[in-house]
Design a protein. Structure first.
Length: 182
């Protein structure tokens, strides 16, 4: 994926390919956030579209992929909270067994999102070089790009893997310190 600021700038300028790339990259995250609120499928689709519509309106204000990820989660979450509050304020209607059924999938996805947040926080607590290396390898690109990392960190290509391993070991220690074992 191109950098978030570049894609957002291009999307705001009307570049459909950039917009499709943004939506394609972040759609699972937005859907998971919305589904955790157990809204109807049609409401979920409306909330999904509203989240990306708001992104389109605010595209030029976001500067990096981390800000974009946070912005999408918070925006989708706030839209869902508003939606749920509006639904609760409507007159009560008869509930059937299907309406009352609990879907475990959104809960599982919410647990996954919470664990992902814990990993992000643990990464933020790491030394800057490790944090930046792991972010570049695992969050900025679809696949780790060792050559780009070697250039960015001014290190031999053969050093990226061992450095990455030491950083991952540091991350694992940090996660265990926070009570997350696997």
């Amino acid at each position: 994926m191109n950098t978030a600021p570049d894609l957002l700038r291009r999307a705001a300028a009307g570049d459909d390919a950039a917009w499709r790339e943004i939506v394609g990259h972040y759609q699972r995250l937005v859907h998971a956030t919305i589904r955790s609120f157990r809204v109807t499928p049609s409401d979920a689709e409306d909330l999904f579209q509203e989240t990306f519509l708001r992104l389109y309106r605010h595209a030029t204000g976001l500067r990096d992929s981390r800000a974009l990820t946070r912005w999408l989660i918070v925006t989708a979450r706030n839209l869902c909270l508003d939606h749920v509050a509006r639904q609760r304020s409507r007159p009560t209607e008869t509930l059937d067994a299907e309406t009352l059924a609990v879907d475990a999938k959104p809960l599982t996805e919410m647990i996954h999102l919470e664990r992902a947040q814990a990993v992000r926080e643990a990464i933020q607590a790491m030394p800057e070089r490790c944090r930046d290396l792991l972010w570049m390898l695992y969050f900025e690109h679809e696949r780790p790009d060792y050559e780009a990392a070697a250039r960015a960190f001014n290190m031999p290509l053969g050093s990226v893997g061992p450095t990455r391993m030491r950083c991952l070991e540091h991350l694992l220690r940090e996660l265990r310190r926070r009570g997350i074992d696997s």
